[in-house]
Design a protein around this ligand. Structure first.
Ligand code: NI
Length: 198
């Protein structure tokens, strides 16, 4: 009955292959569905108010790359860490750092007023520009970059934390995203990633 056993093994292999092929077909098709019905492209235009009180758009920073982070000045840990990494990356780029404009976009405009942003951004880098605006302006900018943010605690009118996603975006002057750096990217790795796009 050795033959019967071989036939069973062969049949089992065929079934296995068919299942694998089916899974592969399904994966390819769902990937195609996602790209065709798809999400809007990441990044895009915004209108915000800089830390000197000037209304600006994504087009107002010249023919240089933009290094963008969304966060808030009252953030106890994550935002300062990421802003420091951005500053460290720019410093590591030396003279090429001038071809990158760092931007910090507030997702907490109720507390991140223009004067408050003006005090905060120089703590990280002399060229860092802070951007805030109306709740609607901030929401539109965050939507373009698919940034999630929400009030995490309601301890009072001024005492609360914000939940927010944490990515550093490197974009072209037209707002196209070139690279996304995940949270905790080191200044060295960020500088290397930027250099590839310069
Ligand atoms: Ni934060």
């Amino acid at each position: 009955m050795k033959n019967a056993r071989l036939i069973r093994i062969a049949l089992a292999s065929l079934v296995g292959l068919a299942v694998a092929a089916g899974i592969a077909w399904w994966q390819v098709n769902s990937a195609a569905r996602m790209t065709s019905t798809g999400l809007p492209p990441l990044g895009g235009p915004f209108t915000l108010v800089d830390h000197t009180g000037r209304t600006v758009t994504q087009a107002d920073f010249g023919p240089v790359l933009r290094l963008i982070y969304f966060g808030y000045t009252y953030c106890p840990d994550v935002c300062p860490t990421e802003l420091s990494a951005m500053a460290g990356a720019l410093d590591r780029l030396g003279a090429d750092g001038s071809r990158v404009q760092p931007l910090f976009i507030s997702i907490d405009p109720a507390r991140d007023t223009v004067p408050h942003m003006a005090e905060y951004v120089p703590l990280f880098h002399p060229r860092l520009i802070g951007l805030t605006g109306s709740a609607e302006q901030v929401a539109a900018a965050a939507r373009a970059y698919r940034v999630y943010y929400a009030k995490a605690q309601n301890g009072g009118t001024t005492d609360y934390l914000m939940d927010h996603s944490s990515f550093v975006y490197l974009t072209a002057p037209d707002g196209t995203v070139k690279t996304v750096f995940p949270a905790k990217t080191t200044p060295e790795a960020m500088a290397e990633g930027i250099r590839k796009q310069l």
